[in-house]
Design a protein around this ligand. Structure first.
Ligand SMILES: O=C([O-])CC(=O)C(=O)O
Ligand SMILES: [Mg+2]
Length: 615
């Protein structure tokens, strides 16, 4: 078999890794030996049209459309506008007291009438974000097996491998098959299989994939295959907040098993009932997936890694950022949104970023990702080397303050943060010793910013800056009310999951939501409209600056360091424009020539959920 080098990896030419870029119908010679799905396209009408979520408009079909599309009698006589439908649905949603019921009602709507789902989400973003996203999506993932109705997204599991194995074992029983088995033995890896799975997805022109392996879902831990709620939720925001077409979004869950005993013993669990595959088996499946994605959708498809455990997240990002357009939302998206908040907060607390001292609780993806981006930005502003600027950033993990005497035993991503200091075990003691101006929680463990910790922060800071970033709400390091009360109304507070405004001593405090949802939709849109082929840190810095620039004086007057989500589409267009500008500047854009007005261009590329008229 002919062999070629792709991205430095030796591959069999005929087995789905060379040629055939975006060859979705299997027309290139490189894909001659592959199985092809015989897709057909037809015009929906009548009963089928009402059950097609992409085209269904419910009672909004007008008289002409009802005649032309064989809908007479299939709908009651009344005609409702999209606005009236929206009003009715919001009214119905508000009747549900239980957040999970609202989530399920929204998912049903998405399955039934996609445009109405997005219209609702866009027009009521502040109210519905906590329903389709954190915190409710966390509970939905925990109970995904029980509330599962229709499958969403694409499942890529090790099961394909075992079906393969079974087939080969049966084959072995028959001597005449040994030759066939021997010939195919090389295919015992997943090669070829993932590409086939991708080809089962009905949409061909994919621009963004959000993929998880379910091992670290928010702060909730290993939820295995039930993590699918996260890619589905994130991609709903790509469309609603960032304007990426729903048909261009592909949610993927890679199922390699779960180590969650509760799920393994749950009769309603939807995933593979086996312990997680690791090492070579895991890496081969991921490699197969990444190759197949590039093969099927080309160089410009964005792959967003979401909620992988630390031990895989850093490696996957480092490995695939060389060869693919990849972005890790938990490392890079969270870093970019926090940096934006800090840049905006400087207007409130004064001084430059380099004048501040930072202490993190949590040294995983979010913690080290944010720390590194802050160090980079200070280095950019002060021209000091990043090795120097890192020294004003301190991290605490489950074993205490990260100090140089612990260096040998630290995971590689923690090593740059091991500074000279005596060992310190408890967070509160680290706060008292280091005296940070900014305290950031990213450990995924709730209630760790105790009264003592917040009081210590408030004892040496006029305006202590406190970010409780862990999700969902139950895992937040402290509540907004606690932060404002324990700091006697002086804290500048933001959290990963939303909190309602708090009244303290007769004054209303509006907490910010430092969630990566501010960044990834606009960031992704910027990559798409410029045709970016790689992600660079400078693009993240551009996104942070663009977001910080969107905070108005009116927002500052309320103590806000993030603009409200109400204007998020406009904000996303500005982020997209700045990111795209950076992509062009770095020579990594493939959509040429560069449009003059990138904000206008970004806006014009955004999905509109308004019903279309049918001829
Ligand atoms: O999903 C969210 O709300 C933010 C996030 O990426 C995480 O917590 O993993
Ligand atoms: Mg995440």
């Amino acid at each position: 078999m002919e062999s070629v080098l792709i991205n430095g990896i030796d591959k069999d030419y005929k087995n789905g890794v060379a040629g055939g870029v975006e060859d979705v119908y299997g027309e290139d010679s490189a894909t001659e030996d592959q199985l092809v799905t015989p897709w057909t396209v037809s015009v929906a009408s009548g009963y089928t049209l009402l059950r097609d979520p992409h085209h269904n408009k419910g009672l909004a079909f007008n008289e002409k459309e009802r005649d032309a599309h064989y809908l007479r009698g299939l709908l009651p006589p009344a005609i409702a506008t999209q606005e009236l439908q929206e009003k009715k649905l919001m009214h119905n949603l508000r009747q549900y007291q239980v957040p999970l019921q609202r989530y399920m009602a929204m998912m049903d709507l998405q399955e039934r009438n996609e445009r109405l789902f997005y219209k609702l989400l866009i027009d009521n973003v502040e109210e519905l974000l906590p329903v389709v996203y954190t915190p409710t999506v966390g509970e939905a993932c925990q109970k995904y097996g029980s509330i599962f109705r229709r499958p969403q997204g694409l499942y890529i599991s090790l099961k394909e491998k075992y079906d393969h194995l079974l087939a080969f074992c049966l084959c072995l029983l028959c001597l005449s098959c040994i030759a066939v088995w021997w010939k195919l033995k090389g295919d015992l890896s997943f090669r070829g299989k993932v590409l086939e799975v991708l080809k089962n997805w009905p949409e061909k022109s994919i621009q963004v994939i959000v993929v998880t392996d379910g091992e670290r879902i928010l702060g909730l831990g290993d939820l295995g295959c039930q993590g699918m709620g996260i890619p589905v939720g994130k991609l709903s925001l790509y469309t609603a907040l960032g304007g990426v077409r729903p048909s261009a979004c592909l949610p993927v869950t890679i199922d390699v098993g779960t180590n969650n005993e509760r799920l393994l013993n749950d009769e309603f669990y939807i995933g593979l009932k086996q312990k997680r595959a690791t090492g070579q088996e895991y890496n081969e499946l991921l490699e197969e997936f990444m190759s197949a994605v590039k093969q099927n959708y080309g160089e410009k498809v964005l792959v967003q890694f979401e909620d992988f455990a630390n031990h895989n997240a850093f490696e996957l990002l480092a490995k695939y950022s060389q060869s693919h357009l990849v972005f890790n939302d938990d490392i890079q998206g969270t870093a970019s949104v926090v940096l934006a908040g800090l840049l905006a907060a400087l207007k409130l607390v004064g001084r430059t970023l380099g004048d501040h001292k930072f202490l993190f609780l949590g040294a995983g993806e979010a913690g080290t990702g944010i720390a590194e981006l802050i160090a980079l930005e200070i280095s950019r502003q002060t021209k000091a080397p990043v090795e120097e600027t890192r020294k004003q950033i301190w991290l605490v993990d489950s074993k205490g303050l990260i100090v140089s005497s612990r260096k040998e035993s630290l995971q590689h991503f923690k090593k740059p943060w091991a500074h000279e200091h005596e060992p310190v075990k408890e967070l509160v003691d680290a706060v008292k010793e280091i005296k940070p101006t900014v305290l950031i929680g990213t450990s995924g463990v709730g209630k760790t910013f105790t009264k003592e910790v917040v009081e210590a922060m408030s004892s040496f800071n006029e305006k202590p800056f406190i970010l409780a970033l862990s999700n969902p709400t139950s895992h937040s390091e402290c509540t907004a009310e606690e932060a404002y009360t324990w700091s006697e109304g002086r804290a500048i507070f933001a959290s990963g999951s939303p909190f309602d405004p708090v009244t303290y001593n007769g004054k209303v405090f509006v907490p910010g939501q430092a969630n990566n949802a501010y960044i990834f939709p606009g960031f992704g849109l910027g990559l798409i409209i410029s045709g970016a082929i790689r992600v660079r840190d400078d693009m993240l810095l551009a996104a942070s600056e663009a977001l910080a620039a969107q905070v108005t004086q009116e927002n500052y007057d309320k103590g806000l360091i993030y603009p409200p989500f109400t204007n998020i589409r406009k904000i996303s267009a500005h982020i997209a424009a700045k990111v795209a500008a950076k992509v062009y500047e770095l020579g990594l854009a493939s959509r040429l020539p560069r449009p003059k007005d990138l904000v206008k261009h970004a806006e014009s590329c955004m999905y509109s959920p308004v019903y279309r008229n049918y001829r």
